[in-house]
Structures are given as structure tokens and as C-alpha cells.
Design a protein around this ligand. Sequence first.
Ligand code: ADP
Ligand code: MG
Length: 702
Amino acid sequence: MLLKTKIEFLKGVGPQRADLLKTELGIFTLEDLLMHFPFRYVDKTKFHQIKDIGPYADGQTVQIKGILRRLETKGEGRKKRLIGVLRDETGAVELVWFKGASYLANSLKPGTEYVAYGRVTVFNNKANIPHPEMESLADNKAKKELTLAPVYSTTDKCTKKGLDAKGIRKLTAVLMNKLTEKDVPETLPKYILDKLKLPKRYDAVRHIHFPKNPLDLKAAKARLKFEELFFLQLRLLQLKKNRKDTLRGYPFPKIGEYFMTFFNEKIPFELTGAQKRVIKEIRRDMGTPMQMNRLVQGDVGSGKTMVALMAMLMALDNGFQAAMLAPTEILAQQHYIGITDYLKGMGVRVGYLSGSVKGKKRKELLKFLESGDIQILIGTHAILEDPVVFKNLGLAITDEQHRFGVKQRSKLWKKNKPYPPHILVMTATPIPRTLAMTLYGDLDVSVIDELPPGRKEVKTLHKYESGRLRVLGFMREQIKLGRQVYVVYPLIEESETLDLNNLMEGFESLSRDFPTPEYNISVVHGRLKPDDKDFEMQRFVKGETQIMVATTVIEVGVNVPNASVMVIENTERFGLSQLHQLRGRVGRGAEQSYCILMTGNKLSKEGRSRVQTMVSTNNGFEIADADLRLRGPGNIEGTQQSGIIRFRLADLAQDGKILSTAREIASRVLEDDPTFSKPHHAGLKAYMDEYSKKVKGWGRIG
Ligand code: ADP
Ligand code: MG
């Protein structure tokens, strides 16, 4: 097969360039080259006049056509550079190269016609174009016919060996000349192409590199994006189906006494419609002899804990144990206290385990766990350690699951034999639907899309540093009314010391503004010992302190209903989802709550846009969408560990519609022909077989 040919055998490559293509760009075969798509196109029909390139054109990207008049090397060593002059009927401009000068000096031919493309800079009030891309019009007629020329990404090392954007374009052109329709087998059945009016694969790969016109290019992109998303979805849905068909679990057919007693007598409020629906979905999953793998997504405060608790009671009713895992000690303790409280008087035995449970206490706990005397275990990742053995773990829940690594989560599966426990993962980081479909495409997803009634929306305000005095006044006012205030500082690992200094300075300055004995301030950050952290937290929880200065350790889960004001410092340094999580810490009581976003007086465009998003909406999903748009999918919390959202062409922020279509069609294909054995699915099957081999290892995300 032509496309499997090694790249060194393509005319114009050779061993040295082949090495570069492999190490720098990951191009090993002709197929890899074919799939190295351009990232933009230059319109070769439009040219600037050189007379227009003056000092005021600084920073502008231009395309000019003219005769290369002069070419000389100047300077020595690091200052060595190649200077050329390009002239058209209207004037002349200098072109400069600092890198790859020797190579270009040999390959550019003065006296012949070139197209130069690049960005103007101005030096000593004179315009020049550094590192323009050069295209000879002297020898290649085909190039003249181009309307849209592809531009490829490359690296410095490649550029030095002539593999700049143009060099790669040349190689691709050589490949295109060899390529016939049978070299690029169709992967999608005709009925899908017809339905979506997509071009054939062969046409698409040709036109993505060398489009004859913008319409061809559009069609090619649409086809290739669809293909990319379609096969990923097909694979995810196939994994999900296989798992559902083969992974046995313990059926929990019974709704028994624990569940009913709690539901009829203990539950302190009416469940929301969304909570009821999700509980039903969980019940249906666990009623079958197949293992449940379900993600529950719900905004901060939507009441996920109650859903988790009722799911655990179902396990208990069927004679099994349940475990709930939280990412921090503070959160785990809060769950432990809350759940013990809910279950008071029901005779359910709840245990707590974290790294700080030691010695005799730990020994005893482990013993009771193994004997089944403890029915519900709540804790941190300490639960995952090997000495922690259950009698029969039927359900494992992870809260805020995006904070756990894939490895940690997979340990849960091994906590029971022969069948793994049912798995429920909960997250309050609302991720956009498109991303959820991809990241959790092989899980079942439930969404709690309703908040309990009577919540007052948090009022969010943006204040510049210059307005700080007014903010302090507002804090004083609110404290006088009996409320408490969080003041949150960013802290990231890379600048931990600096950030901590910042926080301590802020704390000292607040101590002057809010002096004892009238006011008391707690301070909590990651460098404190757990005991001290806890002591400071507790003072705030009990209302002994009015202000809590903290890093994002409070981000997840903490519940202090009387805290109704949150001031976030250096807001521009937080991600949107993180800000939303933080804001979820206020607005838990009956009082009107406030979130004040402090920023420096100067703010970047993106920074302003993010602050604006926070001010304008309280809806976690809208915020997640904005985050995806502003920062791209790679930066959304929880996606980093996952390689599966790296696409060649598709962009989850923009291609949501294509993705939905792809998923829908993939699901229908799988239903109609699960083994892809129908003749019209032959091309699809061949591709899937190869594709599945390539993307091994991302089966289990839950
Ligand atoms: P999250 O989804 O952020 O984990 P929690 O489970 O902590 O939310 O619930 C937030 C608060 O809402 C808790 O104080 C809880 O008691 C309360 N709550 C949960 N469900 C309801 C409901 N149906 N009606 C009223 N309050 C509820
Ligand atoms: Mg929660």
C-alpha cells in the first residue's frame, strides 16, 4: 500500500530529512504526511503593492510579488544574516533571514520572480520583512494556478534543512501527484456521505492540502472533522456497549428498609425533580446484573450528596457495603459528619478513613470493615490502599471525581471480587456537553440540572484595585449584620512561595483593617499542618472568626451557610470553572450573598472577558462553555490527563453540532450492525480495526 511507505522513500526526502520529519513532526510514513494538514491557507491571488509597505505597515502580514534583486550575507557569527531586496513596479523592500541563511543563500535565485509572504517590522523607521516565506514563480507553472496555498506547521530544526512550510508543501505536492483513488480507501459508507452531503475521503484529503476554491476546502474540512469525531464516538460507544454486555456486577433488586425508612421518615426536604430522576436512573442500573458506570454531573449546590446517600442505601438494602471517596480531608469529614447526621437513629454503621486515622483506631476500623460491621465507609484516597479490605463492596462513589487520577479510580474496581462494585462518579465541574460526550463518552451520564428551590442567586461584582476601600467598607457592613466573609487568594505550585507571601501580606493588611478584639480572622492554606488547618476552619465554622483568608483549599465542598460574602483576589489568575466552584461556597444560607471579583486596574482582553462571564451568569454550564471557548479544551480541569481530546481538525469549542451528529450516527450504526459485518460497512470495519489498535488504553475513564 502506497500510504504505508516509509517517508524516506518519498522523492526529495532522504535519510537526513526523514530523521527530522520523524523526530520533529512525528511523520514516519506517507500516510502521516498526508494527515499533516495545513493550519492555514494563503490566498495566492491577492498581492500588496510594495510602495504601501512603509513604517505604518508595522506588524501587518503582507503578500508581495516581484523580482528578487539582491541577495547578500552580512555580519559574522550570531549576527550573520541574509538580506534580499524584492522589487515590483511600485517599489522595493528588504527581506531578512537570521536563521537558515546559508541554506537560503544557495537556493534563492536573484533575478527571478518570487512571491514573498510575511509580517512587516520596522527598524530605524525603515520597513523590512523578516523570515518571509518565499515561493518561486520561475519554474513551477502548477504553483501559479494555485489560489489557496497551504501553510504547514513546522519547527526551527526542520526549517534549517529546508523543511519550512513551503518545503513541506513541496513534499505534499509530490505525494499528491502519486496518489490515486485506490490509495485512499473510503471509510464511511455511502449512505452516510449522501445523507450529510460529504465528499469522498480521497477528494477530502486532496482538497484539504490543495483546495481549488474555498468551497472545496470547506467540504473537505467538514468531511475530515466529521470522520475524526465519528470514529472516536463509534469507538467510545463500542467500549460502552462491550462493557455493558460483558462486565458483570451484583444486581441490587431490592428496595428495602433502609431506603424506605430514610425516604419516608428521615429526609429533611422534598427531592428536586432532577434528583428523583437521577436516583431512578441509578436504581435501574444497579437493578441489573451488569456493572454500573455512571457519571452524575450537577452544579455546585444541586444536591449530589443526597443522591449519593440514597444510592448507598440501596446497596445496604441488598446486603452490601458502600464507600464514598472525597478528594480532600476537609470534604471527606464534612461528608462523614453530614451523612452520619442524616442517618441518625437508623442503626447504619458509618466509618471514616483518611491518612490521619492511625494506630489502634485504624486497626479497629479495618477489622470492622472486613467483617462487614461497617456498612458505609467515607474517606480520602486512603480508602484505596491495599490493607483496606471490604467484606463485600457493592457501590463505590467518588465525589469531585475530576480531582482523582485515572489510576486511583481504577483501584476502586479491584476492591471487590469476583465482580467489581458499581461505580458512581460525581462532578460539580460542569463540563460542556460536547466535552462530556468525548471525555466520558463511554460512561452513562446523569445530569442534575435543577437547584433546590428558594436559593438566592449570588450577586457577583467586579472591582478594581482602586475600589478596595469601598470593598473593605462593604465587608465591615456585612460583618455588622452578622455575616462572615471569605477572602480567597490564588495559589499555584509553580509560584507557591510568592503566592503564600501574597496571602500573608493580605492577611496582615486585613488584620490592620479589622483589628482585634472587635474582629477575628482565620487563615488557611496548604502549608499548614492538618491539625492547624482544621483548628482555623473550625473557628470559622463556629463563627468565632468573621473573616477567613484562604487559598483554594476551600474550593471544594466546604459548607458554612452563614458565610455570605466572598472576595476573590487576583481574579484574573483563576480559571473560570474554578471561580464558579469558589463562588459556590457562598449562597448556601437564606441571606443575599455576594461574590466580589478583585482585579488589578489593568486587565487583558481575555481577563476582562472572563470576569464579565462570571458577572453575567450563575449557570455553571454557560460558564463551562465560555471557558472552553476562551481557553480551549486542553485547559478545562479534568481533561489534562486525557489524551483523547487532541484532534487534528475538530475543535470541541466550535464543532459541537458535528459532534452531536457524529455521536447520533455512530450510535445508529452500532445498533444496526454491532460487528460491522454488513458489506456496506466493510471500509468502516477495516478502519476501525486499525484505529482501535492505535488508541488502546483509554477504555476505562470511570
Ligand atoms: P453539591 O451538589 O454541591 O454536592 P450538596 O449535596 O452539598 O450539593 O447540597 C447542597 C445543599 O443543598 C445542602 O445543604 C443540602 O442539604 C441541600 N439540599 C440538597 N437537596 C435539596 C433539596 N431537594 N431541597 C432542599 N435542599 C436540598
Ligand atoms: Mg458536593
